[in-house]
Design a protein around this ligand. Sequence first.
Ligand code: NDP
Length: 318
Amino acid sequence: MEQETEHIKCLIIGSGPAGYTAAIYASRADLKPVMYTGMVPGGQLTQTTDVENYPGYPMGITGPEMMENFRKQAERLGTDIRYGYVSEVNFSSLPHKVIIDGIKTVLADTVIISTGASAKWLGLASEQKYSGFGVSACAVCDGFFFKGQDVAIVGAGDTAAEEATYLAKLCRKVYMIVRRDEFRASKAMVQRVLNTPNIELLYNTETKEIVGDGQSVTGVTVINNESGDEQTLNITGFFVAIGHKPNTDIFRGIIHMDDTGYIKTAPGSTTTNIEGVFCCGDAQDHIYRQAVTAAGSGCMAAIDAERYLAAKEHIVTA
Ligand code: NDP
């Protein structure tokens, strides 16, 4: 089958807050952006319920509704939004070559990577069942909904330690479920956890099942992996903090990234080591991971792309 090829100014890969914000700015800068949404149009926020910390929504909004608004805004300003998946990239020469769904070739003068990250989950059926109804992978996003209540968090890295202390400020009690007899988190973070009186540590403990009433979480059954003892903790919120995986596999070996796959960008910018390729949102941020910070970096990526093209045009026409 003959491949279809098209040449565009700006390609945006991924459709979370970073990608849509890049699309809004790139459209208004007349870069005529084309966005490929990826497998999860709207990104991680489509898998959450209420969003109360995104400025501009005084009464809060659901994640799916918010992403629908992002999409409509980008579309109204002229972004060509397409359902498709980038299956291969070749950034070895300009324009950059990107293959969509294994069949279509797009040549792009600039590429904005906004493929996001995915939270790692334990893989329990009950975890999936109550996701957004008591089960969350983001304490900063959802902790507020459990104010004054008892919750549990699983994980023992820096994220889990940070989120446990965050939750401890809001909640009555935080059970921290650690599968080994020690933390992975840094000493300073562990000390913060140990100094927080309403965090109860459960070492050598694994999650067996999340318990609920069909509507929301009511508890969690945990098992001590040394003694085999089981107990059910009465909680209303269950937080999973066992790491994230950036969705950057297709760029591996092609673009500079850290050991865990986060794409490296120059400090204070979205530029990568490849000319004309910019990265924003969770694909390059393992620290903040918020919708609003992703959106902010999406804006930066579009401005970086626009300035890059303007500078090139200036050189060509000078
Ligand atoms: P990490 O990979 O560092 O830690 C993941 C934790 O989850 C580990 O304790 C691991 O246990 C546990 N875990 C993994 N799978 C399971 C499972 N199936 N059941 C139970 N527990 C599980 O991820 P983080 O998100 O914590 O951190 C990612 C990176 O970001 C790190 O480099 C971290 O230092 C950094 N970071 C830095 C911060 C800061 O500086 N303020 C804040 C947050 C993150 P085990 O130890 O047994 O493998």
